[in-house]
Design a protein around this ligand. Structure first.
Ligand code: ARG
Length: 579
């Protein structure tokens, strides 16, 4: 159902609509085109909106047309001034009116400010994180977790119903290997204590053993692993029981670690759901559509014509692969959810894999494949812990918390005022990792730099959280001084006339547009940059415009401004997953 406050058009759109109305009374121009053509000038002396005349493709000189229009357009309470600047019309809006409309909107919409309804009635599946049991959680999984969570948040903020899926790597010959290894090296106590680490250690050891080959180049370890996995594929109850235990224990541990990041999944799925039995139908379908070709005993789909090489679907020993399971998974997800969108948040290294996947689905005649999308990202360079390149998410979080704690202790006076320093170090430390991860465009690789990431200065997670808590403390201190925003929001907003106040307000008004933008690009840096700029704006405003010790009316108006800034920042941080 549509809540009327939430449904209120973003304030800047109301001003845009006015401009469009004016233009279309003078010109024969499609309203959509006019609306979309409106730009925000780089410099504020060029007004709040600029309309590029060339976009209209009218006969005649655009500079001349701009001049003529400028004289004909009538100003009103929304638009105070119109100027012609080259081929542009520049519009100056009534900032007082903006304030009067904007602040009440932010204050009433509160945590929903910035949201929209674009996705209402639609379902998106978002698959992210997806680590492999018994293997380390590497940068790809970390970034997938952070970016995937952002994607889900943005979809929810724009009205989509989402189902978040963690598609575990929990199937394949390596689980045969793990079982063989556990028989030899398994330790029940260590398994109970930390299943993820113990299974990884077992896996490393048995892999070493597997390197030994007999005179024919065969490895006894790998042969038994293959036999074991075959038993799993055949549904052997005993083989599955052990595997199920490993899986359950790992998921319990993952849940705990994700919990620290405040991340939850609707579904823990995994490759195991698409075992041989489940994939058989898909194989038959591929066969029936003449897409499978035998090649060296294996079964492949030939995609060379599409420049995607050949895709191996089944190996010569009859076993299936990662790709085969992904085909089955997509088909089954479509059957179950009839999704409007299916997003895979996975590192760019798998670009080729997803191109093959989508192309095969297309060749199978699945029209819905156009709604599948691979949201990819680059690498984290130089990320290592005590184990070298092997990074366990939990270890990384612990190390971050520890370092954050040290950074905090440097300011002894402040440190002693903190109630629960461990918790604060954890929260702020995590925001450091997350913001560093989301600061640049997804596809850029970046280096993991501890000192930069953990600093309270510069564009870091701790800086954002610090700014948010400063804003909170303004509200707290005002309350203590008896300064309150009346419930009916009757506030004299006209008192907010200083250039910094106007600048901050203008900036807050842009937030809904940012949300809309990132809901198309899925670039978290759009929100990160917005939050930083908002904090800079706030800082310079707060250097001059105080709430305490002012005339009552002015104090209340300023408080409303800062509270609106806090709400907007909080909503941005929530999208990013750090609140
Ligand atoms: N478990 C895989 C890996 O670690 C990622 C899974 C990505 N999702 C998918 N549907 N293939 O590489």
């Amino acid at each position: 159902e549509v809540n009327s406050v939430f449904a209120t058009e973003p304030v800047l759109n109301q001003f845009k609509a006015k401009i469009v109305e004016k233009l279309s009374t003078l010109l024969n121009v499609a309203e959509d085109l006019a609306y979309e053509s409106l730009e925000v000038p780089n410099k504020s002396i060029n007004g709040d909106f600029a309309f590029p005349i060339p976009r209209l493709k009218l006969p005649g000189n655009p500079v001349q047309i701009a001049k003529e229009l400028q004289q004909k357009i009538k100003t009103d309470e929304y638009i105070l001034k119109v100027t012609a600047f080259g081929p542009f019309l520049n519009f100056f809006i009534n900032k007082n009116l903006l304030t009067q409309k904007l602040l009440p909107q932010i204050l009433t919409q509160d945590t929903k400010y910035g949201n929209n309804y674009d996705g209402v009635g639609k379902t998106a599946l978002v698959e992210y994180s997806s680590p492999n049991i018994a293997k380390p959680f590497h940068f790809g999984h970390i970034r997938s977790t952070i970016i995937g969570n952002f994607v889900k948040n943005v979809l929810n903020a724009t009205g989509w119903h989402t189902v978040s899926i963690n598609y575990l790597g929990d199937w394949g010959k390596q689980y045969g290997l793990l079982a063989v290894g556990f028989e030899k090296y398994g330790d029940e106590e260590l398994l109970q204590k930390d299943p993820i680490k113990h299974l990884f250690d077992v896996y490393v050891q048995i892999n070493k053993d597997g390197e030994e080959k007999d005179e024919n180049g065969n490895s006894e370890v790998h042969d038994s692993a293959r036999r074991y996995f075959k038993k799993m594929e055949d549904g052997d109850a005993d083989a599955l029981k052990l595997w199920q235990r490993f899986r359950d224990m790992s998921i319990t541990k993952y849940r705990e670690v994700y919990g620290r990041l405040n991340i939850m999944f609707d579904i823990y799925s995994g490759e195991s759901q698409y075992s041989y039995e489940q994939c058989k139908e898909v194989l038959d379908e591929l066969q029936g559509k003449n897409l499978l070709v035998p090649s060296d005993g294996a079964l492949i789909v030939d995609l060379t014509e599409k420049n995607l090489g050949t895709a191996v679907i089944g190996k010569s020993d009859g076993s299936l692969l990662y790709l085969s399971r992904d085909i089955a998974a997509a088909i089954s997800r479509h059957e179950i959810y009839n999704f409007d969108k299916l997003y895979y948040v996975v590192a760019s290294q798998q670009n080729h894999h997803f191109k093959q996947l989508f192309t095969i689905l297309e060749e199978m005649g699945k029209p819905w494949v156009k709604n599948c999308e691979h949201i990819n990202f680059g690498m984290i360079l130089d990320m290592s812990t005590r184990r070298g390149n092997v990074v366990f998410l939990e270890e990384l979080l612990d190390a971050t918390q520890e370092s954050m704690h040290e950074v905090m202790k440097k300011n002894e006076e402040k440190y002693n005022q903190i109630e629960n320093p461990d918790l604060v170090a954890d929260t702020v430390g995590l925001s450091a990792i997350m913001i560093q991860d989301m600061s640049s465009r997804r596809n850029k690789d970046y280096s993991f730099v501890w000192s930069r990431m953990l600093s309270f200065e510069g564009d870091t997670g701790p800086y954002l959280q610090y700014a948010h808590s400063r804003l909170r403390s303004i509200e707290r201190k005002a309350e203590e001084a008896g300064i309150v925003i009346p419930e009916d929001l009757v506030v004299n907003f006209n008192l907010l006339v200083e250039p910094q106040a106007v600048l901050l307000m203008n900036f807050l008004a842009k937030f809904p547009e940012v949300v809309k933008e990132v809901s198309k690009s899925f670039e978290p840096c759009g929100v990160v940059q917005y939050c930083f700029e908002l904090c800079h704006n706030f800082s310079s405003t707060y250097e001059q415009l105080y709430v305490l010790n002012q005339e009552k009316e002015l104090a209340v108006a300023r408080l409303a401004l800062y509270k609106s800034a806090r709400i907007t920042l909080g909503n941005g941080l929530r999208l990013l997953g750090i609140m």
